[in-house]
Every structure is written in C-alpha cells, then in structure tokens.
Design a binder for this molecule. Structure first.
Ligand SMILES: C[S@@+](CC[C@H](N)C(=O)[O-])C[C@H]1O[C@@H](n2cnc3c(N)ncnc32)[C@H](O)[C@@H]1O
Length: 342
C-alpha cells in the first residue's frame, strides 16, 4: 500500500508530487487550514488511495500550520476502504470534521451506493490517481467561484480527445432528441455544454440554412475536439460558461443541454440563465444518451432522491426558473426532459 505522498518520476511533477495532486491538495489545504482545529478524513478510492491522498493533503499544509490547524488527516484504508466496514458509516460531517471522498467508480473501494459521496463535503474524482479532480466542495467551505471553472476544465479537458471514440455510437440518440425538441427552421439553437459537438449537425439540419447554431462550452479542449471533428462547419463554437452566457435576452428558439445541468454547482441558477436567453415559447431540451439509473450504475452508484434531474425536483425547479416541463422520459437508453419558456 502506498501511504506516502509520492508519485512517479517524469514530467508534470512538483517536488516529487504530480502537479495535479499538488494543485488539488494545495487548494484544499488553503480552504481547510483556517478552520482549525479540524479532523480531515479521506476515504474511498482504490486500495491504498485514501492513505496516499491523505499524506499528500497533510504535506500541503504549510509546516507552521500543520501542528495546530489539523488535528489529524486520516486515510481510511481498512480491508474494504469506504465500504460497509468503513468509519464513514458511523461518522457524519461535523463542524470540526471534514470528510473528503475519493470517487473511483464501480471497481473502486468507495461505497457502491453513493453513501460516501452523500456524507462528504469534498468529492474528488479519483479514477486516475495521478489526475485527481475536485467535483464538489460544500459551499460553506468554499465559494464555487474559487474552484468550479478550473476543476471542470481539468475534468473534461482530460477526456476531450477520446470523447467521440468512447461515445460516438450515441449520435442517433442526439438526432432523436433534436427531432423531439423540434426547433423551427430559421431559429437560433444553442448547444450549451456542447462538448465535442455531437448534437450540432442534427441541430443545424433542423434549423436549416436560415437558422444558426452556436455551440458553447467552458472547456477549450472540448471545442478543439469539435473543430477537429469538422463541426465548426455547421455551428459557431464559443468558449463560455453556461452560468453567464455572452448573449442578449430572449434570442434563442432552442437551448439544447446534454450532460450539463447535473454538473452545475447551482442547477437552479443555471436553468434561470438558460431561460434568460430563450424567447417566450422557445424550448429547452435536457438530454443524456443513457437513462439516469443506467448512468448511475455505470458510475457505481444508485440514484438518490435529492438529484436535480429527478422529476420531483426538476419540475418545480424548472417552474421556478421560467420553464414549463412538457415531457420527461427516463428509459435505460436515454434521458430527456423537454420544457417550454413560459
Ligand atoms: C458530459 S459533457 C457533455 C458534452 C456534450 N454535450 C455531449 O453530450 O457529448 C459536459 C460538457 O459540459 C461542459 N460544461 C460543464 N460545465 C459547464 C458550464 N458551466 N458552462 C459551459 N460548459 C460546461 C463540459 O466542458 C463538457 O464539455
């Protein structure tokens, strides 16, 4: 088991630690340091990962602060890591305790039903131990403005080049979703969080030569992959944050958002921004090319009632942000929620 803060030699290293681990642990140390006295518990991840990450986190605290800011940085590394025999089953977050959970998917040691994540104030994607990425920090610990943009880019940037190879089979599902959304010929259609632009050809065909399609994404590597795939021929590609779109009010006839809403730190604020740029009667298509339960299973967890795309949560959230839900489908092979701008 590795329980020291070490990494392989080579490029991208800082003081013997992969630079990405350093970035993540340095940020957490900065956020957690002033909250002394504190116990930080690291759990989840593959075998030994919690102890190893905890060691890196402890090392990230400045030497002068270590003695008094952090009582203990524990990496739980029992026989099953974060499974049923883990201390996470008895520990709840407390004012002087922070749980950092390493998400590593079905083969990892984390709680398979998402309990580890539910109890954690910090969730880190740990599929690649050399490239950990922060996916959640409780807003009481840090304003999302401090980490969300950079960490989202780190997460999706690392996946951009292989995205279409991995998920290319899904294109007919995107065409089906665009058909259901039925933008008018001549409309402006936005694909927000467009990634490599898999929906763009279908959107361009639907709005026709008089229409216009803009793909927006905050990850430059995703838009680069979209250009490489030739999708600039059918749409303008713009680097933009869905929470602050560089567009005037009420210009779009359709907003297409595939795999976006669940990644926003404040889904309600995001939906309100999508409503701002959509004309009355315009549509919002929230889509994913697999059903929610199937996707959760792929990630090694079960669905939780508090997820924003649960119908019971989504319908009132849409209503509160200027949308009326028209249709909600969630079979195994796709997720689709179609709403109309009120
Ligand atoms: C799961 S991927 C889906 C990509 C594409 N829509 C697809 O279905 O293949 C999510 C995409 O949303 C982008 N994204 C995440 N948060 C965003 C935000 N706040 N603003 C714009 N894009 C965002 C990511 O960069 C990533 O490309």
């Amino acid at each position: 088991m590795r329980n020291r803060c070490t990494g392989p030699s080579g490029g991208g290293m800082l003081n013997g630690v992969p630079e990405r681990i350093h970035e993540v642990t340095a940020f957490l140390a900065e956020v957690l340091g002033p909250r002394a006295p504190l116990t930080v518990i690291v759990d989840g991840g593959d075998h030994g990962a919690a102890a190893s990450f905890a060691a890196c986190l402890a090392a990230a605290f400045p030497p002068s602060a270590r003695a008094w800011t952090v009582d203990a940085v524990l990496g739980l590394s029992g026989p099953s890591g974060g499974r049923s025999d883990s201390a996470l089953n008895v520990l709840e977050p407390a004012a002087d305790r922070v749980i950092v959970y390493l998400r590593s998917g079905p083969r990892g040691r984390g709680l398979a039903n998402g309990e580890g994540e539910r109890r954690a104030q910090v969730v880190i994607d740990h599929h690649d131990p050399e490239w950990p990425v922060i996916r959640h920090v409780h807003p009481r610990l840090a304003d999302p403005e401090r980490w969300y943009l950079a960490e989202s880019r780190a997460f999706f940037g690392a996946r951009a080049a292989g995205w279409d190879t991995k998920f290319g089979d899904d294109l007919p599902a995107y065409a089906m979703a665009v058909e259901v959304a039925a933008p008018r010929p001549g409309d402006l259609a936005l694909d927000v969080g467009c990634g490599t632009g898999r929906a763009l050809p279908a959107l361009a065909a639907a709005v026709g030569p008089q229409g216009r399609v803009i793909g927006l994404d905050l990850t430059p590597a995703m838009l680069h992959a979209a250009r490489q795939a030739g999708r600039e021929a059918v749409a303008d590609l713009v680097i933009a944050d869905a929470r602050r779109l560089p567009l005037p009010d009420a210009v779009a006839g359709l907003v297409f958002a595939a795999g976006l809403v669940q990644h926003l730190p404040d889904p309600g604020a995001g939906l309100a921004e999508l409503a701002r740029v959509t004309r009355a009667g315009g549509k919002l298509m929230i889509f994913h090319p697999s059903g929610r339960a199937a996707l959760a299973a792929r990630h090694g967890r079960t669905l939780r009632p508090d997820e924003p795309l649960n119908r019971e949560n989504l319908e009132p959230l849409l209503a509160a942000t200027g949308w009326k839900l028209l249709r909600y489908d969630d079979p195994a092979d796709h997720f689709l929620a179609l709403a109309e701008r009120a």
